[in-house]
Design a protein around this ligand. Structure first.
Ligand code: DC
Length: 226
């Protein structure tokens, strides 16, 4: 490792379990987990609150440039702030998910977020999860991963998660939303979601949570000792 920062980059589509897997892996390795999706979500929330037209690239870019997004890591994991307000609990709705995906299409919004994420990862050892981490945020990461699972399995997991929170949304709606977001994230012009050539693909469709965590720790340890 030559005293270099430990940076683990993890990309993958919605519902692949990135966040909880990343939390567990980072916890076991004793490093922080930066959830970059939360930062796009905070921008999405800001767009909703300010009534910014999501289809208006200029307006969204200006709004994002004015918004101050910060994160802090404590015992409960990452807290995400919008203009100083802790919005961690407010950014998990379906409405914010769709707004986040919409603002994330815009190149200048992405530039702002990438710069912020690179600064954070330069300051401390981190596992960073998102969509463009291997390609854009941490192209020199020690370990690069692409975590995925079938659309049906991802929708099933998301559906169960939403049900636990009391949502009445049907499985079919969750699957449709997920496919729509997949399409939006994978087909956007700027840094679309796809595995980079040097990323190791981990398919979690038929693996338990613990099996995925163990597999990623094994990959990370092997890479770190190369
Ligand atoms: O991981 P998530 O569902 O919280 O991400 C919310 C949205 O933000 C998602 O639609 C894709 C986008 N995103 C992105 O474009 N780049 C990232 N690094 C992280 C998230």
């Amino acid at each position: 490792m030559n005293g270099k920062r430990l940076n683990i980059a993890m990309d993958g589509p919605v519902g692949a379990g990135k966040s909880s897997i990343a939390d567990a892996v980072a916890g076991r390795l004793g490093i922080l987990h930066l959830d970059t999706g939360a930062m796009y979500r905070a921008i999405g929330l800001c767009a909703i609150r300010t009534g910014t037209d999501l289809a208006d690239e200029q307006a969204v870019t200006a709004m994002a440039a004015d918004a101050e997004i910060t994160v802090a890591h404590g015992q409960g994991g990452q807290h995400t702030y919008l203009n100083g307000e802790d919005v961690t609990g407010l950014i998990r709705t379906e409405q914010v998910s769709m707004a986040a995906s919409a603002v994330a299409k815009y190149g200048d919004v992405r530039k702002l977020m990438v710069r912020l994420q690179q600064q954070l990862a330069a300051e401390q050892d981190m596992l960073v999860d998102g969509r463009d981490i291997c390609l854009r945020v941490l192209p020199d990461a020690n370990v690069k991963l692409f975590l995925t699972a079938s659309a049906e399995e991802r929708a099933r997991r998301r559906y169960l998660e939403l049900q636990k929170k009391g949502s009445t949304e049907s499985y079919e709606t969750v699957l449709e939303d997920l496919k729509q977001r997949d399409a939006q994230d994978m087909n956007r012009a700027v840094d679309p979601l796809r595995p980079t050539e040097d990323a190791i693909i981990v398919d979690s469709t038929d693996l338990t949570f613990e099996q995925v965590v163990d597999k990623i720790i094994a990959i990370a340890e092997e890479k770190m000792h190369e």
